[in-house]
Design a protein around this ligand. Structure first.
Ligand SMILES: [Zn+2]
Length: 294
């Protein structure tokens, strides 16, 4: 099936400025995102949160797109309502008007250029392989979900979407290196869709290295939920590096190390500032060879 309408989304989180400024850049320079067979659309997802320079006002907008939540009139706080508006703009979720969504994010974690794959679609995995072919530093972050149950904004595309997550970038800050990585990856994604539509995709590998999301670990806290520590300096910035049983992971406020206990895993979203609202310290991943579905 041909891909035509592509939504380029920024500012889903109001304090992630890279995507917002890319939208402004493309508004002024539409030729950069023009491709013969595509109709790109620009969507500033959460301008209210951006005005407040916050990730969100009431709740994380990028967790509001499950079909059952979009259909639930009781969910009427700000981002819940905003998701319903976006559902009207891009959707409806059951049968979206928009074919593909590219959602631009930054992370405070040292994750470099990370392509978050929220589905098993051959189109999306092929896109990630294509981008990694052009930009070998890209990391594939695999966390497949069923599209209608998926609460991420990328799931609003008929053929799903790609989340581009680049870091480390503090909240509310612009960094030219992060901006350029995000811009290049997004332009490669559009090139891929154009080549796909023309039937001129280059040879892609059958499989590529990736990291599959397994779990997350909470920062140390007491029985009342009071925080007792932070990420250990030896774990800080070690995204996509291995962690083994006994390695230091957290440090209490009086300086004692807390070791990781469990099988060998890889770290991601290490000390992500945006996850402090849920007291999450790190994500645990396993290294896989991701196969490209045919
Ligand atoms: Zn974000």
């Amino acid at each position: 099936m041909t891909i035509k309408r592509v939504a380029l989304v920024g500012g889903t989180h109001g304090n992630e400025l890279t995507g917002i400024h890319l939208l402004q850049h493309w508004q002024a320079n539409p030729q950069e995102i023009a491709r013969p067979s595509l109709e790109p659309e620009l969507l500033f997802a959460n301008p209210q949160a951006n005005r407040a320079m916050k990730r969100y006002l009431d709740q994380d907008l990028n967790r509001q797109f499950a079909l059952k939540d979009l259909q639930d009139p009781q969910l009427s706080q700000y981002e819940q309502s905003r998701a319903k508006v976006i559902n009207q703009l891009l959707g409806p979720k059951e049968q979206p008007r928009v074919d593909f969504v590219i959602d631009l994010h930054t992370t405070t974690a040292n994750m470099g250029l990370t392509l978050v794959l929220g589905c098993d679609s051959p189109l999306v995995i092929g896109m990630a392989f294509y981008i990694k072919q052009q930009m070998p530093e890209a990391v594939l972050f695999y966390e497949p979900k069923e599209r209608l149950e998926d609460n991420f904004l990328t799931s609003m595309g008929r053929e799903n979407g790609l989340l581009i997550e680049v870091g480390p970038c503090p909240q509310g800050l612009l960094r030219a290196d992060i901006y350029q990585l995000t811009r290049q990856a997004c332009l490669h994604a559009l090139d891929y869709l154009e080549l796909y539509n023309q039937g001129q995709l280059p040879e892609l590998p059958d499989e590529m290295p990736a990291f599959e999301y397994l779990d997350c670990l909470k920062l140390p806290q007491d029985a009342n939920g009071q925080r007792l520590g932070m990420v250990h300096p030896q774990a800080q910035d070690r995204d996509f590096q291995p962690i083994r049983d006994g390695d230091p992971l957290f440090m209490t406020f009086d300086g004692q190390s807390i070791a990781y206990q469990g099988p060998e895993r890889y770290l991601a979203f290490v000390n992500e500032a945006a996850y402090y609202d849920r007291n999450i310290g790190v994500s645990l991943m396993q290294a896989i060879r991701l196969k490209r579905p045919s």
